[in-house]
Ligand binder design. Structure first.
Ligand code: LLP
Length: 417
C-alpha cells in the first residue's frame, strides 16, 4: 500500500480502492484529482475514536478541500466546519452542513461576512483583533443578536514547521497577543452584542511534534484560569488544526498520544473541546493523476513533462513541498532520474525533483498526498481550466466536479475596446 487504499495489482497497475487509475484516466481524462471516500471517512473516524473520552466538535477546516461532495461526506459523518470566508460558509450550507457547528476563523472578516454568519446562527466567531471585536459587536447589535465569540490567542510557540505555514509566533499576523487577552476578554464581556464563549489557538500546519500543542494548550489554560478568577467562565477550548501527514519520511505523533495529551491538559477545566483538522482528514486521501506528454533528456537533467502544472498543484512551487510520485503502470527496466515538471511557462513549475522512474511517453503518473491544499489552491494561470475531481467508492468512480472548460474561464469577462 502506497497511501491508504492505493495498491499495486499483480499486473503492475495501480488501483485506488477498487478502481484502476488507468480506467479513471480513460473515462475522465487528465489531469484529475482522485479521492478515496473510505480514506476520508477513516481519517475522520480516527479523530472520533481517539478523542472518544472528550467527544470534541471536530470542525473540519474547509480550506483544505472545499469540494461539495467532500463537505457533504464529512457532514454526514457529523463533522462541524472551520470556515474563513462567506464563500466557505455557503459551500458548507450547499453541501448540507449544519451551520450551528460552524466556527468562523480569519483575520479580516468583512462586515457582510459577519452578518451572513450571524444570520445562520453559527457556533462561534474566532475573533483575531480588538477592531474585529468592535465590528462583530456592532453588527450583532444591529441584528438584535449576541454573537458567540472566542479569541484566537497567539501563544507565541514555535510549531517547528515551514515558515509560510507557521501561525503561532508573535511575528505572525494571527490572533491576539497572550498579554492582551485578559483586557480583551473583559472588554468583550462588557459588550451588549457579544457572548463570550471560548478560547482558540492554531499554531501552524503540517506539525509533526506534539510538544508545541502542549505548550500552546498550557498557555491557553493559564488564561482560562485567570479569566475564571475574574468572573469570566469560558465554555470551550479549541486547539486548532495542524496535525501533519507523512509526505516523505516524517514521523508523526500518534493520534492516541495526541488525544491523551490534550485530554490530560484540559482535565478538570470543564471545557468542551473543539478541533480544526484539515490536512489530516483529506491530505492522504487524494492524488493528482497526470499524463506524461513528453520525455526530454537534458544536458544536466532529464525532464518528464506532464499535463499537470503549478496551477493545478502549487505546493511544490510555493513551499518546496515533497509529494511522492509513482507510475500508474510499473514497468521493468532501469530507472532514470527525472524532474517531473508541468506545461506552465515558469521555471518554478515543477511537481517533483530527482525521482527514479521508468517511463515512456504517454504514461500516467500519480502525485500522492494531494488531497489537501491541492484543488483549493489551484488557479487558471496560463488560461488552464482546473482539473476535474473524481471520488472513488469501492469499485465505483464518481465525477464530483467537471473539468473547467474555456467557456467557464471567460464567463465573467466583458470585452471593451
Ligand atoms: N484552523 C485554522 C485557523 C487554520 O488557519 C488552518 C490552516 C487550519 C485550521 C487547518 O490546518 P491543517 O489541519 O490543515 O494543518 N496551504 C498550506 C497550508 C495552510 C494552512 C492554513 N491554515 C499547505 O499547502 O501546506
Amino acid at each position: 500500500m502506497l497511501t491508504p487504499h492505493l495498491n499495486r495489482l499483480s499486473d503492475g497497475e495501480l488501483v485506488y480502492e477498487g478502481v484502476r487509475l488507468a480506467d479513471i484516466a480513460r473515462q475522465f481524462g487528465t489531469p484529475t484529482y482522485v479521492y478515496s471516500r473510505a480514506t476520508i471517512v477513516e481519517n475522520f473516524r480516527a479523530y472520533q475514536s481517539a478523542f472518544a473520552a472528550s467527544k470534541p466538535l471536530i470542525c473540519y477546516a474547509v480550506k483544505a478541500n472545499s469540494t461539495l461532495s467532500v463537505l457533504a461526506l464529512l457532514a454526514s459523518e457529523g463533522a462541524g466546519f472551520d470556515i474563513v470566508s462567506a464563500g466557505e460558509l455557503q459551500r458548507v450550507i450547499a453541501a448540507g452542513g449544519d451551520a450551528s457547528k460552524v466556527i468562523f476563523s480569519g483575520v479580516a472578516k468583512r462586515s457582510e461576512e459577519i452578518a451572513l454568519a450571524l444570520s445562520h446562527n453559527i457556533h462561534c466567531f474566532n475573533v483575531e483583533s480588538e477592531a474585529e471585536l468592535y465590528r462583530v459587536n456592532e453588527i450583532a447589535i444591529a441584528a438584535g443578536k449576541r454573537a458567540p465569540i472566542a479569541f484566537r490567542i497567539n501563544p507565541d510557540v514555535d510549531a517547528k514547521t515551514h515558515p509560510y505555514i507557521s501561525t503561532g509566533l508573535k511575528s505572525n499576523k494571527f490572533g491576539v497577543a497572550h498579554l492582551d487577552a485578559v483586557r480583551l476578554y473583559m472588554l468583550a464581556a462588557s459588550m451588549r452584542g457579544i457572548e463570550v464563549h471560548g478560547i482558540e489557538c492554531h499554531i501552524g500546519s503540517q506539525i509533526t511534534e506534539l510538544s508545541p500543542y502542549v505548550d500552546a494548550l498550557r498557555r491557553l489554560l493559564s488564561l482560562v484560569d485567570d479569566l475564571s478568577a475574574r468572573g469570566i467562565h469560558l465554555h470551550h477550548i479549541d486547539v486548532g488544526g495542524g496535525r501533519g501527514i507523512t509526505y516523505q519520511d516524517e514521523t508523526m505523533f500518534s493520534m492516541n498520544d495526541f488525544a491523551q495529551a490534550v485530554e490530560r491538559e484540559i482535565a478538570g477545566h470543564h471545557l468542551d473541546l473543539l478541533l480544526e483538522p484539515g490536512r489530516s482528514i483529506v491530505g492522504d486521501a487524494g492524488l493528482l493523476l497526470t499524463r506524461v506528454e513528453f520525455l526530454k533528456p537534458g544536458e544536466t537533467k532529464n525532464f518528464a513533462l506532464v499535463d499537470a502544472g503549478m496551477n493545478d498543484l502549487i505546493r511544490p512551487t510555493l513551499y518546496d513541498a515533497y509529494h511522492p510520485v509513482t507510475a500508474v503502470l510499473a514497468r521493468g527496466g532501469a530507472p532514470t532520474i527525472y524532474d517531473v515538471v508541468g506545461p506552465v511557462c515558469e521555471s518554478g513549475d515543477w511537481l517533483a525533483r530527482e525521482r527514479a522512474l521508468v517511463l515512456e511517453q504517454g504514461d500516467l503518473l500519480a502525485v500522492l498526498c494531494a488531497g489537501a491544499y491541492g484543488m483549493t489552491m489551484a488557479s487558471n494561470y496560463n488560461t488552464r481550466g482546473r482539473p476535474c475531481e473524481v471520488m472513488v467508492d469501492r469499485d465505483e468512480a464518481h465525477l464530483i466536479r467537471e473539468r473547467e472548460r474555456f467557456e467557464d474561464l471567460i464567463a465573467h469577462e466583458r470585452i471593451i475596446i
